[in-house]
Every structure is written in structure tokens, then in C-alpha cells.
Write a protein that binds this ligand. Structure first.
Ligand code: ADP
Ligand code: MG
Length: 333
């Protein structure tokens, strides 16, 4: 799928053709610097984008295309089939309502539980995210940042969705709480066979909690594969830079700018030609200025051209870099 924002200054191609798949119980990590299109992708999955966004392609949830659902169907699908955990729960929670009521709301709205049963369910959900049941009576300001994020997770789990999308769910939290919350999300989805898309600019965090990783740059996926393989053996120079960018504790800026990688991510309205990473790439060839390479198997195994066509359904390691391509064949006479 692809997403373009229309603005007074012109079109902003925020997501430029991406194909990803998530299976039941699987955690897919989506990494990339700020501005690479991660949140646009996340919001598109449940059609939460502003009207200025034009979306093309398909988003299949259990085979049904979210982009072609009518509003009634879409409302039913939100929360009940797929739900989102956003960054900074402080803003997503209503400050003047008790958190228990807020967790119960999707259950009541979707007719999944009557009020008395919803109260029991809320107590159970709070327990699962590591909060005592009496916390249902608390207001958001009475909770710490980590506790509010746990409340958001309880809300996302409330209707037993098939897919959870977590967009930087822990970025606002300190490092210790971050690890706890991520481990919690991971264990809850694996136990219940829920699919998870976890978004972060921090590849090391994703590598520790996800099965597979996809690295985004300028609205495209430039590398994907099994989490450990991508993290320890990235084949795209951008994937490598992200993998080496271990954050320095206490220095927020080190989490945003991958160490050793100069320059800024490109403005989607002024993308460089060819491979959009080439101006920052330490191993760029002259041809990278005009040539954009598709994702290509990068695990060193022999490449069958037929494999390449079906790559979106496979779990092998792929990278969109000229250095991963097989040697060009000599033209035969
Ligand atoms: P990320 O989550 O990876 O930081 P985003 O998806 O938020 O990236 O943004 C991707 C690009 O789309 C950025 O260049 C951003 O400025 C642009 N963008 C996001 N929202 C809008 C919008 N409503 N209108 C125009 N451009 C937008
Ligand atoms: Mg974002």
C-alpha cells in the first residue's frame, strides 16, 4: 500500500509502496528514523488518517480489505478486530473519567459485555497488565506514565482483537519501565495468538521483543527478515547504521540520530533520485544516484527468480541494496 498526503505545498509521499504480512501470534517490529512513515502506516491500517491522505493498495485483515469497508463495518473492526496503542497515553486517556470506565467502553459499545460483566472483565484485564483491580477507580493523573501505558494495553486487549498495532508504546517512558512494558505486550500477544506490529526508532528494542523486523527509510521498507538476523547481520547500510545506534542512557538525542550516520532523513517532498538513501550512504556506487533496487534475498542462499516474486509471503532476509544483488551476468553472445 501507499499513502500520499495532499498539502498546500504539494503532495507528500509518506509511504511509497510497502508489502508486509503478520501471522497469528507473531510480532513484527517496524523501525526507522523519525519521518520515515511508520505512524502513517500504523494509522492507515485502521483508517485513522486525516482526510488529506490518499491511500492506495490493499489492507487485508483476515482476508477482508479495510480500505473498502463501509463505516459501520469499520467501527465494528476497530477495537474488536484490531486496536492501536499510541505513544504518550496521557493524551489518549480522558482525564476526567476513571480508567476502569475507559477500559470497559469498547466492551459496552461493541455489545461484547453487559455492565456487570464488563466490570469483572476490567478487573481481569488490569490484573493481566500487572495492575491491582482497585486501580479501575483511579483517574489517569493518579497513575504513573508506565501505569497509564499499561491501562492503554488493557484497553487494546479488551475486545480480544486479532491484531494490535503499538506505535512507539514506550518512547515516553524511562528505560527500565520500557523493557517491562514491551515484555508484557509480547507475552500477552504470544499467549493469545494475537498478531502484533510494534513500532520504534530503536532497532535494539525491537530485536529483543519481535520475531521479524522491517526497516523503513523514506516511506519504503529497505530491509526485512528474522529479528536476530537483521539486527546482528544487517545487509542494507541503513539497517546496519540503525543496528549500531545503541542509545546512550540519559541522552535522548542519541536515540533519534543513529550514531555514525551523518545528515538528516530526506523530506518526502524532495526525495533524492535513485536510492533515496544514497546521499548518506557510506558505500554508495555512482549508479545509486539513479537506480532504485527492489527488496532482494540477502541471506546468501541461492536466488531463484521465482522466489523474488513471492517475497512478500516469505520470512527470509531481504534488503533493497545494490550490494545484495547477485553479480550481473555476462551477456552471452
Ligand atoms: P514517523 O512515524 O516514521 O516519524 P510519519 O508517518 O509521522 O513518520 O511521517 C511521515 C512523513 O509524512 C513525514 O515527512 C511527515 O512530515 C509527513 N506527514 C505526516 N502527517 C502528515 C499530514 N497530516 N500532512 C502532511 N504530511 C504529513
Ligand atoms: Mg511516528
Amino acid at each position: 500500500m501507499a499513502v500520499t498526503y495532499r498539502s498546500a505545498a504539494g503532495d507528500v509521499p509518506a509511504v511509497r509502496g510497502i508489502s508486509l504480512e503478520v501471522a497469528e501470534g507473531e510480532a513484527l517490529g517496524l523501525a526507522g528514523e523519525s519521518g520515515s512513515g511508520k505512524s502513517t502506516l500504523a494509522m492507515t491500517l485502521l483508517r485513522l488518517l486525516p482526510k488529506s491522505a490518499r491511500v492506495t493498495g490493499e489492507i487485508l485483515l483476515d482476508g477482508e480489505d479495510v480500505l473498502r469497508m463501509n463505516w459501520g463495518r469499520l467501527r465494528a473492526v476497530r477495537w474488536a478486530s484490531a486496536s492501536v496503542v499510541f505513544q504518550g497515553a496521557q493524551h489518549a486517556l480522558n482525564p476526567v473519567r476513571r480508567v476502569g470506565e475507559q477500559i470497559a467502553e469498547p466492551l459496552l459499545v461493541h455489545g461484547i459485555a453487559a455492565p456487570a460483566e464488563a466490570r469483572t472483565r476490567v478487573a481481569g484485564l488490569l490484573e493481566q497488565v500487572g495492575l491491582p483491580a482497585w486501580r479501575a477507580r483511579s483517574y489517569p493523573h493518579e497513575l504513573s506514565g508506565g501505569q497509564r501505558q499499561r491501562v492503554m494495553i488493557a484497553m487494546a486487549l479488551a475486545c480480544s482483537p486479532r491484531l494490535i498495532i503499538a506505535d512507539e508504546p514506550t518512547t515516553a517512558l524511562d528505560v527500565m519501565i520500557q523493557a517491562q512494558v514491551l515484555t508484557l505486550i509480547r507475552s500477552l500477544i504470544a499467549d493469545r495468538g494475537i498478531g502484533l506490529i510494534m513500532i520504534s526508532h530503536d532497532l535494539s528494542v525491537l530485536a529483543a521483543t519481535c520475531d521479524r523486523l522491517a526497516v523503513m527509510y523514506a516511506g519504503r521498507v529497505v530491509e526485512t527478515g528474522p529479528a536476530r538476523e537483521v539486527f546482528t547481520g544487517a545487509r542494507h547500510p541503513y539497517g546496519r547504521a540503525l543496528a549500531e545506534a545503541f542509545p546512550t542512557v540519559g541522552d535522548p538525542s542519541s536515540r533519534m540520530a543513529p550514531r555514525g550516520l551523518g545528515g538528516d532523513p530526506p523530506d518526502p517532498m524532495r526525495l533524492p533520485g535513485g536510492c533515496s538513501f544514497h546521499p548518506r550512504c557510506p558505500v554508495a556506487l555512482p549508479s545509486c544516484a539513479w537506480r532504485e533496487v527492489e527488496l532482494w534475498p540477502a541471506d546468501g542462499a541461492a536466488v531463484d527468480p521465482a522466489d523474488h516474486v513471492t517475497r512478500s509471503t516469505e520470512t527470509r532476509h531481504t534488503a533493497a541494496c545494490v550490494h545484495v544483488l547477485p553479480e550481473p551476468e555476462e551477456e552471452s553472445a
